[in-house]
Design a protein around this ligand. Structure first.
Ligand code: FES
Length: 329
């Protein structure tokens, strides 16, 4: 059966820099080191629509640190968003803020959903998740199940107690779900999984970089292009179109022109000029800094945009392939 999207609603790019406040209404421990939180409108209103695979951004502290989290609840329920967050003691602070400081009733600053990992039409789907990488797949699987599509999930983790939502998935979907807890010597063999897939299966993967790289290599040998969600950079970056040069950027909202030097990003130069810009990964993988291009030719160096999606650019890594860009900043 071919999948038809249920609600093809897209957040327009000009809203991407909007931030708004939500209320944390539920915080639950769902696995070792993982909490699931729910966010709702303080006035009880509907939240912006989203589709499976989308993530939201939470903004922490006065420094405005931005972190992305996949939405893992039900997109048909507009009254709340749910995310699940792994505590990362060596991380950059977002997970610790959620685990240690946010409680029910806390106000949370967010940016609206964006989807770099949407489902595609297809006849057969395979999901490969490592650890907290399970989160985007929960609404994807629910949608495919409602559509009667053919799908399978392979979910690897350290131990059963560290694998969020695993029991529920098995209970709801039975043999379509394969669990690989390492503590029980259940090892995910990517080679074997990919070799067993029916032709033209759409492969979706989310998890640690090493797992994603292995999936990429194995799929390439079968001429499959996997759909991958990364929140940190792969080991090999896309080839830049040109060398770093100095160029100008016109910030269209103020009419200001800034100069971007070699070794400096557009994001850094715009921030130094006092512009209202956001970044998170600073590696071209998360999409936080996505900015509309109004003029000029970008030199795209990110991992997010594909093919025809080139009327925007990631200003943390991408540069100009012309002397002057005009950006919606
Ligand atoms: S800050 Fe993540 S893509 Fe630019």
């Amino acid at each position: 059966m071919t999948l038809a999207h249920e609600k093809p609603e897209v957040v327009p790019a000009h809203n991407l820099s909007d931030t708004f406040g939500l209320l944390l209404t539920s915080k639950k421990h769902v696995a070792d080191g993982i909490v699931a939180i729910e966010l709702q409108d303080p006035g009880g209103g509907d939240l912006p629509p989203w589709e499976p695979g989308a993530h939201i951004e939470l903004i922490f502290g006065e420094a405005g640190i931005v972190r992305q989290y996949s939405l893992c609840g039900n997109p048909l329920d507009r009254s709340r968003w749910m995310i699940a967050v792994l505590r990362e003691d060596m991380g950059r602070g977002g997970s610790l803020a959620i685990h240690d400081h946010l409680v029910e009733g806390s106000a949370v600053q967010v940016r609206p959903p964006r989807n770099n990992f949407a489902l595609v039409p297809g006849n057969s789907f395979a999901f490969i998740a490592g650890g907290i990488g399970i989160t985007p797949f929960l609404p994807m699987i629910a949608q495919l199940e409602r559509a009667g599509a053919d799908w399978q999930l392979h979910y690897a983790g350290r131990s059963p107690s560290s694998m969020a939502f695993a029991d529920q998935l098995v209970s709801d979907y039975g043999e379509k779900v394969r669990l690989y807890p390492k503590s029980q010597q259940q090892i995910l063999g990517v080679d074997g999984v990919v070799a067993s897939l029916p032709d033209e299966t759409e492969v979706f993967a989310c998890g640690p970089i090493r797992l994603l790289n292995e999936i990429g290599d194995v799929c390439a040998a079968r001429h499959i292009t996997p759909h991958v969600e990364r929140f940190s950079a792969a080991q090999s970056a896309p080839q830049p179109v040109g060398e770093d040069t100095t160029f100008e950027v016109e910030l269209a909202r103020t009419g200001t022109t800034i100069v971007v030097e070699p070794g400096q990003s557009i994001l850094e130069a715009a921030e130094a000029a006092g512009a209202d810009v956001f970044g998170s990964c600073l590696e071209g993988v998360c999409g936080t800094c996505e900015t509309r291009v109004l003029g000029g030719i970008p030199d795209h160096r990110d991992f997010v945009l594909e093919g025809s999606q080139k009327d925007t650019m990631m200003i943390c890594v991408s540069r100009a392939a012309c002397p002057r860009l005009i950006l919606d900043i």
